[in-house]
Design a protein around this ligand. Sequence first.
Ligand SMILES: [Zn+2]
Length: 283
Amino acid sequence: MELGSCHSLHGFRNLMASLHEKRQEMAQYERAMLRPGPVFAVPGYCWACNRDTSFQVSYDNCFTGDDGTRMPNWREHLVCPICGLNNRMRAALMFMTEAVDTAEAVYLTEQVTPLYKATAARFPHLIGSEYLRDGTAPGRTNPANLRHEDVTALTLEDGSFACIGSFDVLEHVPDYMAGLHEFARCLRPGGRLLMTVPFALGSHPHVIRAELDADGGIRHIMPPEYHGDPLDTSGVLCFRHFGWALIEDLRLAGFRNARMMFFWSSELGHLGGMQSVLEAVRQ
Ligand SMILES: [Zn+2]
């Protein structure tokens, strides 16, 4: 399943070159799986359910290739109908399970998602939270039993987790460095941060889409990009796509051995070219 890992734009270019033939095979397989839709299935094995399944794919939020071919957003689809986990969520769960023993304490920066539910089933000492906008105080739960946390000012104790999973969250946080510092503070030495964010693989600097001005207002630098949010139907603004400078940011925040791990698997329903999860180890 793993294609390799790297920690810089230079390393990524070398990895891409070394996988030239493999990537052609991957693309060929993905094209062969396409059906007209609107919804179709790809057979495979769900690692989370431990059984054969039919991964569900639709053309919602699809990409259109140079030749006009519609390509599904494989990362957000390939949903196992049994556990409800899509491609990226199954990968996140797998990497967390590989990173730490399931008896360890884990913090997940989400709580209303199928990923939280599946993680809680494996990790009895899991804490999840959402960024609530209903007046709930940080560290407290609302009547729906959802815990409110701001990742830039967590109420969690120092060094209290063996693993933190943060998947597609930091791109929505204006002061993401404060978030990385908080993750480092709450992990014990040697603890693992597993993270995904929109990543501009061909860029070292971050691609800034929006930022806060001096008055706290939002200044758009690129057309606003909103991502689906289970708690807000209007979506949530994406401030940036990260570049490889994130590796240096992680080092400055107190992590070592930060690397992007790439994976692909036809058997396990991880299509979409070079899919990735970032891992960093608390100093
Ligand atoms: Zn499943």
